[in-house]
Design a protein around this ligand. Sequence first.
Ligand SMILES: C[S@@+](CC[C@H](N)C(=O)[O-])C[C@H]1O[C@@H](n2cnc3c(N)ncnc32)[C@H](O)[C@@H]1O
Length: 210
Amino acid sequence: MGALADDNLQKLLRELHEKASGDQARWADREARGSDTDSGYEILRLSEFYLAISPQEGELLYLLARASKAHRLVEFGASFGISTLYLAAAAADNGGHLFTTEVQPEKCAAARAHLKRASLTDHATLLEGDARETLKGIDGPVDFLLLDGWKGMYLSVFELLRPKMAKSALVAADNWSHDGAADYVAHVLDSRSGFTTRMINYMGISCFTD
Ligand SMILES: C[S@@+](CC[C@H](N)C(=O)[O-])C[C@H]1O[C@@H](n2cnc3c(N)ncnc32)[C@H](O)[C@@H]1O
């Protein structure tokens, strides 16, 4: 039984997925009130939104990380830490470590508290700030990367880590059909990138196979 099966973690994940499912209603409420200067998708950048992966995606990421025996895992975009918990559980089971990133301070505090509640703090480090800066100091080899921050930054985060990636690195990019990620998608689909890529639901899974 792996760390993901832990009762305490499962209870926390159920709680957080339930809260995340309120995003739709929060969005509708914000739009109806016409509050803030934001509109449409811009509202989703507010720190109250979870924007989290689904339980199925979380389990898929956990399994991919376990099966690939990923030792050093990196996440771009922790939000409240839902995907972070799945990856930290895989890191714990693999005897490795997760480096996750988040730019919004309120979300960082929440993600840290959730890691603590799940007793996974020894297996994950949250780097607070812009991932394009905080990830500069990461040592290689990076075995597993989850891209789930703002889509327009996927390619720059990928390129920052590319020189540090392990030979058989796996990269999962959530919502990759989003227009903002088009340059990243074109890059990994190009055979010269050295990656083989397939789409599973909303997620592009790329493996360095060159
Ligand atoms: C889609 S949400 C992440 C959801 C999370 N992976 C989950 O499944 O629970 C995207 C997050 O990326 C963060 N983000 C966006 N740009 C960032 C950057 N440059 N550095 C670090 N975090 C960033 C946002 O603040 C937001 O919380």
